[in-house]
Design a protein around this ligand. Structure first.
Ligand SMILES: Cc1ncc(COP(=O)(O)O)c(C=O)c1O
Length: 385
C-alpha cells in the first residue's frame, strides 16, 4: 500500500479550501476532500429515496464497514474497531468495562494529556477510581521513566496520548505498554494526533485499547470517533455503557439483561452516526491511497523546514527536534501568541494557538514548501514589524 512520492498538485485539487488560504491547521481540522461532499450527497439521496429501508441496505452495518476502512491506517485487523461520536465517548466505554472498588483501581495519566481524559476519569472517582497524575519535566514532553515508575500493581488503566496535542511529542508507547502489561494494567492509547500522519502498527505495539477521531489528519470531519480493542481482550470485556446496538439481536427488542453481541459491536451504544461515517470515508480512502509512510516522509521534511525557519527568525520552538520524537505539527512560541495567531488568520494563514504552548502550525501532505515559507514570512512581519 502507498506510493513513495506524493503528487502534491494532484492531491491539492482534491481539497478546495487550499485555493483560498494557506491552510496549516490539520492538527485541528483537516481540509475537506471533494469526495466528502459526494458521500454526503449519497447519504442524503439514500435518506430521501430509500427512507427507512436504508437501514437494511448498509446504514446499520456502517460502523463496522467504516472501522474496517480505518483498520489498515491504525495497523490493526478488520473487525476490531467500533465507531462512536468522539474520543470522550470511546474512553467512557473503555472505562465502563472495569470496576473501581478492588485493589486495582488506579488510573495513571500524564499531567499533559488532553484535558478530556482528565475530566472524564476525574468523574470515575465517584465509582472508587484513584487518579495519579504524572508530572512532566516541562510543557512539551512526557518523562517516560516517571510514567513507567508510576505504573504498579494498583494500576488499572493508563490513558496515554501517543502524540501530545500541545507539542507534537511522540510518547515512548512501547516502554509504557511493556510496564503496564508486566503489572497487569491496560493502556488506552489516544492516537488522535497520530492517525493519518504518523505510521501506526497498534497490533504490533500491543495496545490494549486505542481511541481517536477523524477530524484532524484523517480529513474525515466531525462525529467519527473510533475505539479499537485488542482482539484477544475484546471478547472478554463487558462494557457497562451500552445500548441496543450492543445487543446480539437488536431487532428482537428484548428487555432486561443484555445478551452481548460479538466484537466489535458489543462496544456500540445506540443508532450509528450515519452522515458522519459517510463523510469520514473520503478522508480514510485518500490517506489509505497515499499511504501513511509517504505522508510521514513529506511531513517530516515540511516540519523540519518550519522548525529551521522559525529558529532562524529567532523564535522559540516548543516541539521536539528529533524526527522520531516529533508528530506532524510545530509549535512556535512568540510574545502575544494569541493576538499574533488572530493576525495570521486575518491574513489567511490559518493556524491556531494553545495557551501555555504557542502557535500550532501543521503542514499535511497537501501543503507545499512555498506555503511554509509564506507562513514564516508573515509571522516574521507580524512579530518583528
Ligand atoms: C489528543 C486528543 N485527544 C482527544 C481530543 C478530543 O477528542 P474528542 O473531541 O473527540 O472527544 C483531541 C482534540 O483536539 C486531541 O487532540
Amino acid at each position: 500500500m502507498g506510493i513513495d512520492t506524493i503528487d502534491v498538485d494532484r492531491w491539492r485539487r482534491e481539497f478546495p479550501i487550499l485555493e483560498t488560504c494557506t491552510y496549516l491547521v490539520s492538527h485541528s481540522l483537516g481540509a475537506m476532500p471533494r469526495r466528502a461532499r459526494t458521500y454526503l450527497e449519497q447519504f442524503a439521496n439514500e435518506w430521501d429515496v430509500r427512507g427507512v429501508r436504508a437501514w437494511h441496505e448498509g446504514w446499520w452495518e456502517i460502523g463496522r464497514v467504516t472501522g474496517d476502512l480505518l483498520a489498515p491506517i491504525l495497523g490493526v485487523e478488520p473487525g476490531t474497531i467500533s465507531m462512536h461520536q468522539n474520543v470522550t465517548v470511546a474512553q467512557g466505554i473503555v472505562g465502563s468495562c472495569f470496576g473501581y472498588n478492588g485493589p486495582r483501581r488506579r488510573i495513571v495519566m500524564s499531567e499533559l494529556d488532553f484535558p478530556s481524559n482528565h475530566y472524564l476519569f476525574e468523574g470515575f472517582r465517584r465509582y472508587g477510581a484513584e487518579i495519579a497524575y504524572v508530572a512532566a519535566p516541562d510543557s512539551t514532553r512526557i518523562d517516560t521513566q516517571r510514567m513507567v515508575d508510576a505504573i504498579d500493581d494498583r494500576t488499572l488503566l493508563v490513558p496515554l496520548s501517543y502524540v501530545l496535542f500541545r507539542s507534537a511529542y511522540v510518547a515512548d508507547a512501547a516502554a509504557i505498554i511493556e510496564k503496564a502489561h508486566h503489572v497487569g494494567a491496560h493502556v488506552v492509547l489516544d492516537v488522535y494526533q497520530a492517525a493519518g500522519a504518523v505510521p501506526l502498527d497498534l497490533a504490533a505495539l500491543g495496545a490494549d485499547f486505542a481511541v481517536g477521531g477523524s477530524v484532524k489528519w484523517l480529513c474525515g470531519g466531525p462525529g467519527a470517533g473510533y475505539l479499537y480493542v485488542r482482539p484477544d481482550l475484546a471478547g472478554t470485556l463487558e462494557p457497562g455503557f451500552i445500548g441496543w446496538a450492543s445487543h446480539a439481536q437488536p431487532f428482537e427488542f428484548l428487555t432486561g439483561a443484555v445478551r452481548r453481541a460479538g466484537t466489535p459491536e458489543r462496544f456500540q451504544s445506540g443508532t450509528p452516526n450515519v452522515p458522519a461515517l459517510y463523510s469520514a470515508r473520503a478522508g480514510y480512502e485518500i490517506v489509505g491511497e497515499i499511504g501513511v509512510a509517504a505522508i510521514r516522509r513529506r511531513s517530516l521534511a515540511l516540519t523540519r523546514r518550519l522548525i529551521d525557519g522559525a529558529r532562524a527568525a529567532g523564535f522559540r520552538v516548543n516541539t521536539p527536534d528529533r524526527d522520531e520524537e516529533r508528530g506532524a505539527s510545530v509549535v512556535v512560541d512568540v510574545p502575544d501568541g494569541a493576538a499574533v495567531t488572530d493576525a495570521l488568520v486575518a491574513r489567511s494563514v490559518i493556524v491556531d494557538h494553545r495557551p501555555g504552548a504557542g502557535i500550532r502550525i501543521a503542514p499535511h501532505f497537501y501543503n507545499t514548501e512555498t506555503e511554509i515559507d509564506h507562513a514564516l514570512g508573515v509571522l516574521r512581519e507580524l512579530v518583528n514589524g
